[in-house]
Design a protein around this ligand. Sequence first.
Ligand SMILES: NC(=O)c1ccc[n+]([C@@H]2O[C@H](COP(=O)([O-])OP(=O)(O)OC[C@H]3O[C@@H](n4cnc5c(N)ncnc54)[C@H](O)[C@@H]3O)[C@@H](O)[C@H]2O)c1
Length: 258
Amino acid sequence: MAVDHPDLRGKVAVVTGAARGMGARFAAALARRGANVVGADIDGALMAGTSAAIGLEHRDVPDAGDVAGTTVDVRSRDAQQKLAEFAVERFGKLDLWINNAGIFPEAPAADIPASQMQATLSINVEGVLYGAQAAASVMKPGGAILNMASVAAFRVRRGRVAYCTSKAAVAHLTECLAVEFGDLGIRVNAIAPGLIDTEMTHWIQGDAEALGKALGSIPLHRLGSPEEIVGPLLFLLSDSARYVTGHILTVDGGSRHV
Ligand SMILES: NC(=O)c1ccc[n+]([C@@H]2O[C@H](COP(=O)([O-])OP(=O)(O)OC[C@H]3O[C@@H](n4cnc5c(N)ncnc54)[C@H](O)[C@@H]3O)[C@@H](O)[C@H]2O)c1
């Protein structure tokens, strides 16, 4: 069912991790409503293909914005600063920033390699902090930042200690940033998705036991689609949410409560 969302013509947005999965759908959704978007990913070749595909998808959409693809490694504070400056050079300003890039590693708690813990905290947590810092350095009052947390911030997932820990940190980081960036007139919110069907989670379709268990813990009895995160995302970024900051919006088919 089609849903109307706020017009974003004239806005400029950055989406990290935009080469595939939810990030790609976010970049497309923002551009479809008129925003000019910089999509950035560690996989620059895939990002270029995704930007071109979104351009084709929108060729008949009046007033659709551009999606400029570029490479970034969110672990680097300098690279994220350059990304923010690139958005301003390319489109004249920056209004919206989505810290979406993330990884989802697995290991039993007793055996987590130090390298896995470090990589997860570096990408999923430091990446969000550096993105928010870069965004705030060029945004004007009225800007909005959106972080991707997870229902794993609140619920334990066996074998996913590094991930759960990192997303709990993202949820709290969102609240901390909202308090300090409120002084700048910048809102900071997060979405905590449940199990969403993307390349990150596609493995579950081939594991009947894991899928059955997952579906049993989702009151709506199905996985979510990336499109179902778009509406909540647009709400939190839009003026409809102009008095909402420091909020973590769970979008999980109810799984947080099971
Ligand atoms: N899919 C789910 O069920 C789910 C649930 C809750 C939260 N999330 C979160 O939502 C976000 C998007 O998830 P997805 O399912 O679309 O994932 P995905 O794996 O499909 O896409 C993640 C993207 O991030 C990019 N990336 C990884 N490391 C990077 C780095 N260092 N610098 C820049 N880009 C990097 C990848 O190249 C990829 O394009 C992630 O933060 C994820 O943790 C996903």
